[in-house]
Design a protein around this ligand. Structure first.
Ligand code: GLN
Ligand code: ZN
Length: 734
């Protein structure tokens, strides 16, 4: 029995990773300091592994993203080994696109594989990163992203070229594996999480072909996670040394193991401690699961984490301010490593006091539950999930009330969060800035942004979200049932971090959350100011959530709290309310067969949250471009207006709405907020003209792709000026 862990965070306890790399970008850290700093960080990661587990991979560290590293390793992009070139690919002009990694909130850089004259690009082993890492630390298993996952997660090639591209990679992977074996690696860690997606039969055949070849080159431990592998028995006769399975997410792996067993010539690496959520593992249950596995197979079993540990903060030890009952019940990445050690102690019959103690803290505490909240969810009936009037009637009443021009202009919510504002918030939180002063600063910004929007000529205004650090954390801080950590940072992409709140109990809204700022903003102008809320699906998708009740109940509790806020806003005279759901698509399960159940509750949760009076205009906002597959669910949200990201596709994203004959209003984004560039009025008009071909002009809004929080005022002001100019010219033409 061995313990094996992977994916331990590279961020560092004090976010050293971020400080070092961003310091390098700003010229404050030299290349030598960066290299030395990252090496020290890597030493710390390895020390954590060494302390708790028997085996672990080597070479997981990256300067930005392991998918980019793999693309460079395979010679997909020119790489002179210069850091400037590397970071240019990650974040310069023409950088690779960022996309969500599976259904997590980590984003990877999407490699682009272009067929040239009908053939794949000339792959070659351009950078043997795994070998470099292994030479430095010849104590673990070299870490590699496998070819299937690499190609499946890349873009730019026609689907029918998939097999050809995969085959073209095999010689390069062969060379890589041989070099690692020659250097003395006893086995290689190959990550293939894409095996847990919906994999068509022709891909299963390709995977078999690829690994029949690669398995000859070296001993391979292939890791899958986030879900079950639907074709598990098809791997049994391949020359693999071991297979890592996620035994927590999705029942499929257990079903396959019960039905088909597991070959005795392979190691079964059982993912039993959670890499995605933070609740302590029930060690007795995990031990029983290992016994169960032993009954189904004669294979050697190792115990491991289910999913990489970088979805968790480094350690829960630092959270001294958390309520003790909660602190005792959570495990972050370091505690997961410890759990593996404790589980091994249990399984090998070593008496372990700590393992026993661990298990006394695995059940939620009674006072985290509030019967009246659960009762409110239980009493929900069909009427609670729909507006009182159909869209046509709502639309009539809203138009009469709002009196907006054709192509109304608006923004998505946030305006630049400048350094002074963030410093003030930090000072306020640390008790160094009195509340009155902080609030006065927020009010001053609101006044400024309302005046600015009036001056620019926007039609539906926003208050700017200056009081919010983060769209989820802000609400989590104001709702009972949520806790905020002090140091619980995780990587979102590159060096960008966020702190997921912990939803541990029944959700109650003790007081209005946004009323003060929104009504203040509305008091400054005759124009409508949008109430700005985060939707229930996004609230739960970007938090660690409780597991003692079904997820749809968590969503409905959140939705009811948001609905209460909606009611308060409209009672206070707010005529337009936006409920953001950027995580709506990404939270969908990996397997299509689980989609209907997910979208059923996700749609219901939104409808519950947005159950406003007919004359209140409900907006929603989502920022990703793939709507084709989920358009029915988007329609079912029954929002009066939806704003979407459309700039990158130059408006083509609208196709999905066209095909579906989407019946309500839509704001295709005309301004790419991820770029410092100032778009021209013409480029913006072109996007709207594209939309007019398929959606009647009286149903089209003009707005940016997303919030402007990360942009600078110097970029935002001229861009919005152009946007308003574009809308005016469109009005003249149509
Ligand atoms: N209202 C939010 C903002 O403008 C929306 C952010 C998002 O979609 N991620 O910042
Ligand atoms: Zn957005």
């Amino acid at each position: 029995m061995q313990t094996y862990a992977y994916g331990y965070p590279r961020l560092g306890r004090k976010r050293e990773y971020k400080t070092l790399i961003e310091g390098f970008w700003q010229g404050k850290v030299s290349e030598a300091e960066l290299t030395a700093g990252l090496e020290a960080l890597e030493e710390e990661r390895l020390a954590a592994y060494r302390r708790f587990v028997d085996r672990f991979p080597i070479g997981e560290m990256s300067l930005y993203d392991p998918m980019l590293d793999t693309a460079l390793m395979l010679g997909l992009y020119p790489n002179g080994g210069r850091l400037e070139d590397y970071f240019a690919l990650a974040r310069g002009e023409g950088a690779l696109e960022l996309t969500k990694w599976f259904n997590t909130n980590y984003h990877y850089l999407v490699p682009e594989i272009r067929m040239e004259a009908g053939t794949p690009p000339p792959f070659r082993l351009a950078w043997n990163k795994p070998l470099e890492a292994f030479r430095k630390h010849p104590e673990g298993l070299p870490y590699v992203i496998g070819p299937y996952t690499f190609v499946r997660l890349s873009k730019g090639y026609p689907p029918e070229a998939f097999g050809e591209i995969l085959r073209a990679l095999l010689p390069v992977y062969g060379e890589l594996l041989r070099s690692l074996r020659a250097a003395g690696a006893e086995a290689i860690h190959v990550d293939e999480p894409a095996w847990a997606l919906d994999v068509p039969p022709e891909h299963v055949a390709l995977i078999r072909e690829a690994y029949t070849a690669l398995g000859q080159e070296a001993a391979l431990l292939v890791f899958t996670y986030y879900e079950a592998v639907d074709f598990l028995p098809a791997l049994y006769d391949l020359p693999l040394r071991g297979i890592g399975l996620d035994l927590l997410h999705g029942p499929g792996n257990w079903e396959a193991l019960r039905r088909a067993g597991f070959p005795s010539d392979k190691i079964l690496i059982a993912g039993l401690v959670d890499g995605r959520n933070i609740w302590k593992t029930d060690l007795s249950k995990a031990a029983a699961q290992v016994e169960d596995l032993r009954r189904h197979t004669g294979a050697e079993i190792w115990i491991s984490n289910a999913g990489p540990l970088y979805h968790l903060p480094v350690t829960a030890e630092a959270e001294a301010k958390l309520d003790l009952a909660l602190r005792e019940r959570i495990a972050f990445a370091t505690e997961r490593l410890k759990e593996l050690r404790l589980l091994k102690a249990l399984l090998t019959g070593e008496p372990d006091e700590e393992a026993r103690r661990w298990n006394t803290y695995i059940h939620p505490v009674d006072h985290w539950r509030h019967p009246e909240v659960q009762e409110r969810v239980r009493r929900l009936g069909p009427a609670d999930f729909s507006r009182e009037a159909p869209y046509e009637e709502r639309n009539r009443r809203q138009r009469a009330r709002l009196n907006l021009p054709l192509f109304p202009t608006t923004t998505i919510g946030s305006f630049p969060q400048t350094e002074d504002l963030r410093r003030a918030r930090t000072a306020f939180r640390a008790g160094k800035l009195p509340a009155e002063e902080y609030e006065a600063l927020i009010r001053e910004r609101i006044r400024y942004v309302i005046r600015l929007q009036e001056e620019l000529g926007l039609d539906v205004l926003v208050h700017g979200e200056f009081e919010r650090s983060d769209m989820v954390e802000f609400f989590a801080e104001r709702l009972e049932g949520f806790a905020i950590t002090q140091h619980g940072w995780i990587l979102s992409y590159g060096t960008r971090v966020y702190r997921p709140p912990i939803l541990y109990g029944d959700v109650r809204r003790p007081a209005p959350m946004t009323l003060r700022e929104i009504t203040y903003a509305q008091s400054l102008t005759e124009k409508p100011v949008k109430g700005m809320l985060t939707g229930p699906v996004t609230m739960l998708a970007w938090s660690y959530i409780r597991e003692d009740i079904p997820v749809h109940e968590v969503a409905f509790q959140l939705a009811l709290a948001i609905q209460d806020e909606v009611r308060d806003l409209e009672a206070a005279g707010i005529r337009v309310i936006q409920i953001d759901e950027p995580a709506f698509r990404e939270r969908a399960p990996l397997k299509r067969r689980d989609w209907p159940a997910y979208f059923d509750w996700a749609v219901k949760a939104f409808r519950l949250a947005s159950r406003a009076r007919p004359e209140t205009q409900i907006h929603t906002h989502m920022c990703y471009s793939e709507f084709n597959e989920i358009i029915e669910s988007i329609d079912a949200l029954d929002a009066d207006v939806i704003s979407i990201e459309a700039t990158r596709s130059r408006g083509e994203v609208i196709q999905a709405f066209e095909r579906h004959r989407y019946p309500r209003q839509i704001g295709p984004g005309v301004y790419d907020v991820h770029s410092p560039a100032i778009p021209t009025p013409e480029s913006m008009e072109a996007i709207i003209e594209r939309a007019i071909r398929v959606i009647p002009s009286e149903r089209i809004w003009v707005n940016p792709d997303c919030g402007l929080k990360t942009r600078r005022w110097e970029e935002v002001i001229p861009s919005l000026r152009h946007m308003v100019a574009a809308a005016r010219r469109l009005r003249e033409r149509h």
